[in-house]
Design a protein around this ligand. Structure first.
Ligand code: FE2
Length: 228
């Protein structure tokens, strides 16, 4: 078995009728014409609410990831338009989890190998969802690649370095940090210090080294502000 990764049989994971409701709802929304900013904001809110209903562990996660991501984006020097794209992509980065069966998403224990493989499909599913909605279809690539690693060992396409969209590289750091500092049913949260050390350890491997430096700098700035 060494050196040989067996492709999991995704058909073994059952999906229920309820699991299909939300993707169907998204197809319906995709056919609506979004006329103004309010309708657009409502659509995003609806999508996040649906995601939180389905996966209570994500409550607040998308908003916190967006907050961290915007800070990194500003430090990096993204312009106004790119920051808007970053905001939208961060808010919707895990929207593909709507297409993941509850048996996996709400499993209180650690996932098995094949369940984890199925869970990884959320980035592709998310990209497919946003691609259907004209107003947000431009963020498809950012969603698709938000779990790519800088060294090419991420998913779904194993993109490496600067081949990974900058917005996805930013989201990956913000997402990982928030996941580590949040409580899970199978583990206690990392402290802020421990999570930052982990992020630093992933510099150049998991994460873009430049962005890691910027992220760490943000926390040093925050600390200094507290002191003064
Ligand atoms: Fe994700």
């Amino acid at each position: 078995m060494f050196g040989f990764i067996k492709k999991p049989d995704l058909k073994l994971i059952k999906t229920s009728k309820e699991d299909e409701i939300i993707p169907n709802l998204i197809s319906t929304i995709a056919n609506l014409t979004i006329e103004n900013h309010q309708q657009f904001t409502d659509l995003i809110r609806l999508a996040l609410k649906a995601l939180e209903e389905k996966d209570p562990y994500t409550e607040g996660h998308s908003l916190r990831v967006t907050k961290y991501a915007i800070k990194i984006g500003k430090e990096y020097g993204l312009d106004k338009e790119d920051l808007r794209e970053l905001e939208l992509s961060s808010l919707l980065h895990d929207i593909g989890k709507l297409g993941i069966p509850d048996s996996i998403l709400k499993k209180p224990d650690r996932l098995t190998k094949s369940e984890y493989k199925f869970m990884q499909e959320h980035s592709r599913k998310g990209a497919e969802i946003v691609a259907q909605i004209k107003t947000v279809s431009h963020i498809k690539k950012n969603i698709l690649h938000h779990h790519e690693r800088y060294n090419g060992f991420g998913y779904p396409d194993g993109l490496k370095g600067n081949k990974i969209p900058i917005i996805s590289r930013i989201i990956f750091i913000a997402d990982t940090f928030d996941a580590m500092t949040s409580k899970r049913s199978y583990r206690e949260p990392f402290s802020e210090k421990e999570a930052l050390e982990e992020i630093e350890r992933g510099k150049g491997y998991q994460f873009d080294p430049k962005l890691v430096d910027m992220f760490l700098k943000l926390f040093i700035k925050k600390k200094n502000k507290k002191i003064s």
